[in-house]
Design a protein around this ligand. Structure first.
Ligand SMILES: NC(=O)c1ccc[n+]([C@@H]2O[C@H](COP(=O)([O-])OP(=O)(O)OC[C@H]3O[C@@H](n4cnc5c(N)ncnc54)[C@H](O)[C@@H]3O)[C@@H](O)[C@H]2O)c1
Length: 284
């Protein structure tokens, strides 16, 4: 079933990873898709693969002029904007705050947070005149948890979550919905680039060991959540966050335990379950 038939979507950061997977899934479901990215080679190739349903517009999401041009080009090509997926993002620097460069902080906020602000500002204008739409913003589990070395990234993503709630409230009366996705631990070029020299299989294993589902996330896992938020199946959902992280943020999971793998109740086969409650003895 084509769940986005007749709709036009913009996907920022659409040339790679989560964005690329979403572009393909949206197009498979009948949407016209505009790929907005800095990477012209990958973006153009992907747009070509979609035929008449695809368009690439080279865009830096931190530039007001370029985002306005992106929306104008979309309307020129396809007549409307039904879905705005503000997904482009970067992770820069990675130092503790005392060494974190101001340039990296400013650039992170400009792309990850202001980019989402600009995408909403200009796409929502079009959606108001065409009678509605769905905005999806990519945040991160780093927007709700603390990670050493990620102060700018975490602040930008926390900002995306709260920005989205406010805008959702403002535009609901126009039939426009604004929701976020919080991915966690997804295998994309972004995470591979941050660990040069580490095998992709090792990264996949590390990610798998950080959540109770015991597998790494894949771009298509996020794309499916985006498809649902983009589609008419979610028309009563706004101001919400869909977290797609294999259960990482809702558990106190501490990694795979041989006891847990062999038995649901470690005490049942005579072994102590004390290791499941560190510090328990201290509380007696
Ligand atoms: N991969 C993960 O584990 C993970 C987890 C949580 C959140 N996210 C978020 O998901 C989103 C997509 O990331 P990904 O993992 O697919 O990364 P990716 O690097 O594969 O894709 C990001 C894309 O954004 C583009 N981009 C970067 N700066 C841009 C700019 N200024 N203007 C336009 N495009 C720009 C890049 O060229 C790239 O094509 C990001 O917002 C990221 O923060 C990823």
């Amino acid at each position: 079933m084509a769940r986005l038939a007749g709709k036009t979507a913009i996907v920022t950061g659409g040339a790679s990873g989560i964005g690329e997977s979403s572009v393909c899934l949206f197009a498979d479901h009948g949407a016209n898709v505009v790929i907005a990215d800095l990477d012209a080679a990958k973006g153009q190739a992907l747009a070509r693969s979609l035929g008449k349903a695809g368009l690439f517009v080279q865009t830096d999401v931190s530039s007001s002029e370029q985002v306005q041009r992106l929306v104008a080009k979309t309307v020129e090509a396809f007549g409307r904007v039904d879905i705005m997926f503000n997904n482009a993002g970067v992770v820069l620097d990675g130092q503790p705050i005392i060494d974190f460069s101001e340039d990296a902080f400013d650039r992170t906020i400009a792309i990850n947070l202001k980019g989402v602000f600009l995408g909403m500002k200009y796409a929502i204008r079009e959606m108001i005149s065409s009678g509605g739409g769905s905005v999806i913003n990519t945040a991160s589990i780093a927007g709700v948890l603390g990670y050493a070395g990620q102060c700018a990234y975490g602040a930008s993503k926390g900002g995306v979550l709260q920005l989205s709630r406010h805008v959702a409230t403002e535009v609901a009366a126009y039939g426009i919905r604004v929701n976020c996705i919080c991915p966690g631990g997804v295998l994309t070029p972004l995470v591979f680039a941050r660990r040069p020299g580490v095998a992709e299989s090792e990264i996949a294993e590390q990610f798998a060991n950080a959540n109770p589902m015991r597998r790494a996330g894949l771009p298509i896992d996020i794309a499916h959540a985006a498809l649902w938020l983009a589609s008419d199946e979610s028309t009563f959902v706004t101001g919400q966050t869909v977290t797609v992280d294999g259960g990482r943020t809702t558990s106190v999971y501490r990694g795979p335990s041989p006891d847990l793998l062999s038995s649901a109740d470690p005490a049942a086969d005579g072994r102590s379950a004390d290791h499941l409650a560190p510090g328990k003895k201290d509380l007696r």
